[in-house]
Design a protein around this ligand. Structure first.
Ligand code: CP3
Length: 354
């Protein structure tokens, strides 16, 4: 494997010194880029785009051609695991992801098998290998998975939801079956992420997009516990380097001290938490990733730069900050504004590393 030319991102995740604050954007490959929409059209469907290693590699690299990003993220989706479990994933334009089958009873949970990352999701591993080769050491490649809780919400609801009625009813009335499902998902995520690491992913992020819809004790019991199981089961070193783990719970700002003790190297923050306060709470246990409101990209360039300056100042001097948006970039964002954002992070962060 080729030498890594820019390892700012991996260093910052491990709270090692860097020259400038590294930056990437969640959902950096996606519909806000016209070249993505073109490829997506050619592929036919979103899943066809994910399953074709050349296409997946191509869209992974698209944002890196435009912006000076410090990391690439595998182009895929968190819902590949439930799809591999036999639930039948499909996408309806404007409505997001849907499943042909849902999980509603203890019997449904019994019928689910733990997946094997390399065997059952070989197309993802092919994409990882192709991207690593094509990146040729330019920047590190991030692998990812959904958290067990977040995957379970889609599997039980059958798609996106605002209310989380079915999953919360299931959790509250059949807690044993819920735990059995989350345990199978945790084992599947471990196998899936370890396969990504062996295929070439140099850091991994666990997306707990819906952990924040739980109250504190239920977050601990049904989401954080299973992410702990995952961090304990992951390969933490490969190719002679540590493979850092990023844990991102959207809406999890008030649980940072518990999250910091859950075995991740870095915690992702959404924009509702002040990053200076977060740093005080976690101390030197973990690094922090975030956290500009993605809507800030709808502002004019001066306002975007001002916000970047503000977040850098709130984090302050020293190691352990990876700049990012607080959630995925909007499909309506102007790519020129994304460029302003990325450039501002590099330009304005230098003094914080002297
Ligand atoms: O970040 C990247 O560039 C890598 C690719 C990536 C996608 N999805 C591509 C995608 C990643 C990391 C994800 C993660 C993901 N997928 C999450 C967790 C992150 C988050 O945003 O909280 C979730 C909850 C999903 C599930 C999912 N996939 C939804 C809800 C949707 C529909 C989104 C929408 O706005 O319609 C998807 C589809 C999807 N995944 C798209 C992309 C680029 C858009 C599909 C298309 O091109 O039509």
């Amino acid at each position: 494997m080729s030498e890594l030319k820019n390892d700012r991102f991996l260093k910052a995740l491990l709270r090692e010194p860097v020259d400038r604050t590294p930056v990437w954007m969640m959902r950096q490959a996606g519909r806000y880029l016209p070249e993505y929409r073109e490829r997506r059209e050619q592929a036919g469907s979103f899943m066809d785009l994910c399953k074709n290693a050349e296409f997946a590699c191509d869209v992974t690299l698209q944002p890196l051609e435009r912006f000076e990003l410090d990391a690439a993220i595998l182009f895929s989706d968190i819902l590949t695991i439930p799809d591999a479990m036999g639930l039948g994933l499909y996408f309806i334009t404007g409505e997001g992801p849907k499943f042909e089958k849902t999980i509603r009873t203890a019997k449904d949970v019994d019928a689910i098998n733990v997946i094997d990352g390399e065997k059952d999701l070989g197309y993802v591993m092919n994409a990882v290998r192709t991207i690593r080769k094509e990146l040729n050491g330019r920047v590190p490649l991030i692998g990812f998975s959904g958290s067990p809780w977040t995957l379970a919400t889609y599997m039980i609801e059958g798609g996106s939801t605002r209310e989380f009625r079915h999953i919360k009813e299931f959790m509250l009335t059949q807690p044993e079956a819920m735990h059995e499902l989350l345990d199978k998902l945790a084992d599947s995520v471990i196998s899936y992420l370890n396969a990504q690491i062996l295929a070439g992913a140099q850091a991994v992020q666990i997306f707990d997009t819906w952990g924040g819809v739980l109250s504190g004790p239920l977050y601990q019991e049904f989401s954080l516990n299973y992410m702990k199981k995952i961090t304990a089961g992951l390969l933490r070193e490969n190719e002679g380097r540590r493979v850092p783990v990023i844990m991102f719970t959207k809406g999890g700002g008030q649980w940072l001290p518990d999250m910091a003790a859950a075995g991740a190297d870095c915690l992702g923050l959404d924009w509702s938490t002040d990053i200076g306060m977060a740093r005080q709470l976690v101390g030197d246990q973990v690094s922090l990733q975030g956290n500009m409101d993605p809507s800030m990209l709808f502002a004019k360039p001066d306002r975007i730069r001002q916000e970047v300056a503000y977040i850098l100042e709130r984090f302050g001097k020293g190691n352990g900050h990876v700049f990012n948006l607080g959630h995925g970039i909007s499909q309506f964002a102007d790519p020129e504004h994304a460029k302003v954002f990325v450039d501002a992070v590099h330009e304005l962060s230098e003094p914080y590393h002297k």
